[in-house]
Design a protein around this ligand. Structure first.
Ligand code: HAM
Length: 440
């Protein structure tokens, strides 16, 4: 009697991205590299595994991310490690660890990769998700904030399908360590009479970290939160000036935004500018990206004072938005590069010539497949169709004898005998849509 072996499934909140879907992911990554490259950003790759203290100290021990959502474990030598829930802290750690500040210039760094948060999975929210992010280290000018936001808007435009009006830039200032303590006193005072009517998290936070009350998603708390004093009304002169310059620059660059006084974001390291871009396409998890300024983060990690500004795009969410917009378009873009040709070889004698042709076509960077078994014509053409090949090239005994192979256009069934040596040139011209070279 055979015992049934249970199958193993992907871990909750993680997913496999199958090739059909990955094409769009790759396209967005290429777009990001191109657009960020034009703004002189360079790629940095940091480890997925970090010391837990890195996030506790920067993102903040009282944030949802650190208090509830990290995948944390004790390594064999009893060191507490965590899968990174975000990458800003890692980038700043690397900046300090490699003394990049000694180079005496502004560093513009970007990254692409998986992050991990143990959240309740739903559409657009996963436990392993992907971010495309960027950080500018070493400049506190409001022009940095404006340039990065301009780059984001340009990226979203080039990423395709994200038309103006579908996304909204929300912006706020959360002040700095000079003006925030005074505001926090005011906020605490305002919370005192109302806190007993709030959720357990808010009751605790109103004492330990009152700004975090603004992260609360509990519906019953929202009317209370709507009446609390906001930081943007309590900025000191320098923070106010910084914010006004950022918004003036955005206006000057033709970038629309909404000032959102309760946007504090769920991470403790922010100073001054904070922002999010939301999309109407996304539903509940509507933030495509978020970011802001974090001028004290380097010092929190024992580094030299280094202003910082950056963002992270939720790639999973961007894929949803771009995919959805493409579906609704009259002329949906083709993310996947189609197979240029499927090579059909009829009998062992044809294999050598078929292999040689396949190699020559691939040398021209044409996407080509060849069967691994000798197969009859009908079956082979069926295979070419299933792989959505644009052409099938038939190499059989009579074709070998003639030195010409049949090139069949799979879209209309028309077929033409082409001299073996000319096929790469012929196919390239067809695939690239240019003129077919005339026969000498
Ligand atoms: P964050 O707002 O925590 O910021 O995340 C940025 C984006 O990542 C979100 O807007 C969202 O699109 C995506 N995201 C977050 N959690 C999930 C999830 N569970 N599933 C799918 N997507 C998710 C940061 O991470 C900061 N490090 C951004 C930053 C960079 N600030 C300054 N520099």
């Amino acid at each position: 009697m055979s015992t049934r072996i249970e199958t193993i499934r992907a871990v909750k909140g993680t997913r496999d991205l199958l090739p059909e879907e990955v094409f769009l992911w790759q396209r967005l990554e290429q777009d990001a590299r191109r657009v960020f490259g034009a703004y002189n950003f360079e790629e940095i790759r940091t480890p997925i595994l970090e010391q837990t203290a890195l996030f506790a100290r920067t993102v903040g021990a009282d944030t949802d991310i650190v208090a509830k959502e990290m995948f944390t474990f004790n390594d064999r030598d009893n060191e507490s490690l965590s899968l990174r829930p975000e990458a800003t802290a890692s980038v700043v750690r690397a900046y300090i660890e490699h003394s990049l500040y000694n180079e005496g210039r502004v560093h513009k760094l970007y990254y692409v990769g998986p992050m991990f948060r143990r959240e309740r999975p739903q559409k657009g929210r996963y436990r392993q998700f992907y971010q495309i992010g960027a950080e500018v280290l070493g400049a506190d000018s409001p022009l940095v904030d404006a340039e990065v936001l301009e780059m984001l808007v340009e990226f979203l435009r080039q990423a395709g399908g994200v038309g103006a009006g579908e996304f909204v830039l929300l912006i706020n200032s959360v002040g700095c360590p000079r003006c925030r303590p005074e505001y926090l006193k005011t906020l605490k005072k305002a919370l005192e009479p109302v806190r007993s009517g709030m959720c357990a998290d808010c009751q605790r936070r109103s004492v330990t970290n009152p700004l975090r009350v603004f992260d609360c998603k509990v519906p019953a708390d929202q009317p209370i939160i709507a009446n609390l004093p906001t930081i943007i009304d309590h900025l000191d002169a320098e923070c106010r000036q910084h914010f006004d310059r950022v918004t003036a620059e955005l206006t000057q660059r033709g970038i629309e935004f909404q000032i959102t006084p309760r946007l504090v974001r769920g991470l403790d390291y922010y100073t001054r500018t904070t922002f999010e871009i939301t999309s109407t396409t996304l539903g509940a998890q509507d933030a495509i990206l978020g970011g802001g300024r974090y001028d004290g983060l380097s010092e929190m990690l024992g580094g030299p004072p280094t202003p910082g500004f950056g963002f992270a795009i939720g790639q999973d969410r961007l894929v949803l938005v771009v995919g959805e917009t493409a579906k609704q378009s009259a002329n949906p873009p083709e993310w996947k590069e189609s197979l240029a040709a499927y090579i059909v070889w009829l009998g062992d004698n044809a294999l050598g010539a078929a292999n040689e042709l396949t190699r020559k076509l691939r040398e021209q960077n044409l996407k080509v497949a060849i069967g691994f078994e000798p197969a009859a014509m009908k079956k082979s053409l069926g295979m070419a169709n299933r792989q959505r090949a644009r052409f099938a090239i038939i190499v059989g005994e009579s074709e070998l004898a003639e030195g010409k192979f049949q090139v069949k256009d799979m879209s209309n069934g028309q077929q033409e005998a082409v001299e073996a040596g000319r096929i790469p040139e012929y196919l390239k011209a067809k695939v690239e849509g240019s003129k077919i070279p005339s026969t000498p």
